[in-house]
Write a protein of this length. Structure first.
Length: 210
């Protein structure tokens, strides 16, 4: 559709008002909501994610673009049946027990939603039990744990162990991240994936859901 590129460009600049106007126009011209989500909103957010990964844009720009994306999504959801919005997968996300840092977690949420994933954000100071309960309840594909303190990283192993104990370990992929987390730590606790930044996390999450 002609104005999908315009919607994507406006989203990248964080122009929420223009995004909404262009979406209204696209709908009036007969574009389907899911086409606009795929071809314009997710496309724009994906470009922002790549630029963020390459240090071409920074956290403020990502947040502004996400706000524009959400404005567009809200408008489109109103045009779709509640069950018509197809998600590509479900992720349960949170900062582990004892840790109250959420900037990294929030960025991961934005990037994952930008890939078309449904994100259940449990917030901060989340126990292993809460992660696993939420994963079972929402039939999640992924559990994503964030930590910024070395003292709380061990909670990630508790999540892996509890998934095994509850018999869901083969149904759910466990992703971990945060400043002190490394690939060797990921291997040592038996998690499935470690990524160094939010954009890479969303790419990995989408790959797991496929």
């Amino acid at each position: 559709m002609s104005n999908f590129a315009e919607i994507s460009a406006a989203l990248q600049k964080g122009r929420a008002k223009i995004v909404k106007q262009l979406i209204e126009q696209a709908l009036a011209e007969g574009a389907q909501p899911n086409e606009i989500i795929e071809g314009a909103l997710l496309d724009g957010m994906s470009i922002v994610g790549e630029k963020f990964k390459n240090n071409e844009v920074f956290v403020p720009e990502v947040l502004i673009a996400a706000r524009a994306m959400n404005a567009g999504m809200d408008l489109l959801k109103a045009h779709m049946a509640a069950d018509g919005l197809e998600t590509k997968g479900t992720a349960v996300l949170g900062t582990v027990k004892g840790d109250l840092h959420d900037i990294g977690k929030n960025l991961v949420k934005i990037m994952m939603e930008g890939k078309g994933l449904k994100v259940i954000d449990l917030g901060v100071d989340v126990s292993a039990e809460k992660f696993v309960e939420a994963a079972i309840e929402n039939k999640a594909n992924l559990i994503c744990c964030s930590a910024l303190l070395t003292t709380t990283m061990s909670e990630m192993k508790a999540v892996v162990d509890l998934c095994t104990e509850k018999g869901i370990r083969d149904q759910v992929k466990i992703m971990i991240g945060g400043a002190p987390v490394t690939q060797s730590f990921c291997d040592s606790v038996g998690a499935d994936c470690y990524t160094a930044d939010a954009a890479s996390a969303s790419d990995a999450a989408l790959a797991f859901c496929k």
